[in-house]
Design a binder for this molecule. Structure first.
Ligand code: PGA
Length: 261
């Protein structure tokens, strides 16, 4: 995998938005897999700025969701469908008709998961999947010990993840659902390009395990080592525990500009 160390979150957002803009130039109908959480916001802001400046056309782009809470109605402000509408689709001017996501309120959860995997495949697969990383190494909501071959399915959140996400629910952990639907690790690995952004020292252990640890289900993000085109973008804080940081810096500085990420 390629590791890019950037000075701060804004620079990471701009780098990744640039890669998305290039993808959209090459393939205007690209299916972009997007992630929720605080970390990817600078990506969406940078991409929206490019759209506003007329530098990139997203009118034919399609957006796919990574994970969703089970039981929150779609119109709940913290359902990930609502969050993505607010933070990604509306700022980019993309309509919900171009949105792919699992139904978190389906009575037949298993059927909804299978239907979502089928919908992604029928749409031609995800071209570029954005990922955040949990302090416990999760990607999507694939918590530690998730099967590295897993498909979209229901998962139970760890207590740590519910604590981490309580900030979106007025700090009240009681409001954070216990269950989620998440693209599986096997599903995520089918995207053509994986781009993980991590910022802040709180992510340094998870990033080191992802990049320099063994491929192991206990750190789900380490599955990125199995992907032919995975890019991990980290700020100085998140890079703090990387033993190969100097090599990663050297490689990026000396990279031919045409190569992109
Ligand atoms: P965060 O979440 O970006 O809000 O830290 C990341 C994640 O849980 O995947």
């Amino acid at each position: 995998m390629e590791v890019v160390i950037v000075p701060d979150a804004k620079a990471g957002g701009e780098l990744i938005a640039g890669a998305m803009a290039q993808l959209l130039l090459d393939k205007p109908t690209a299916l972009l897999g997007v992630a929720t959480g605080s970390t990817p916001l600078p990506i969406y802001q940078a991409l929206a700025a490019q759209v506003a400046a007329g530098a990139v056309d997203v009118s034919r782009a399609r957006i796919a969701q990574l994970d969703e809470y089970v039981g929150l109605p779609a119109e709940h402000p913290e359902s990930y469908r609502s969050v993505l509408r607010r933070e990604v689709l509306e700022p980019l001017g993309i309509g919900m008709d171009a949105f792919f996501g699992p139904d978190g309120t389906a009575e037949d959860v298993r059927g909804a998961c299978e239907a979502y995997d089928r919908a992604l495949a029928e749409a031609g697969g995800v071209d570029l999947q954005l990922l955040g990383i949990g302090t416990d190494g999760h990607i999507g909501f694939n918590e530690p010990c998730s099967s590295l071959a897993s498909r979209t399915r229901i998962k139970t959140l760890t207590e740590q993840t519910r604590v981490d996400n309580a900030r979106f629910f007025d700090g009240d952990i009681g409001q954070v659902p216990h269950h989620v639907i998440t693209q599986g690790i096997g599903t995520i690995l089918e995207a053509r390009h994986l781009v993980l952004l991590a910022t802040g020292e709180g992510k340094a252990d998870a990033v080191a395990a992802t990049v320099e640890g063994p491929v192991a289900a206990v750190c789900p993000a380490s599955a990125l080592q199995l992907h032919a085109h995975a890019t991990v973008v980290v700020d100085e804080g998140a890079a703090a525990k990387l033993k190969h940081a100097d090599y990663f810096r050297h490689t990026f500085v000396n990279k031919p500009a045409w190569q992109g990420i």
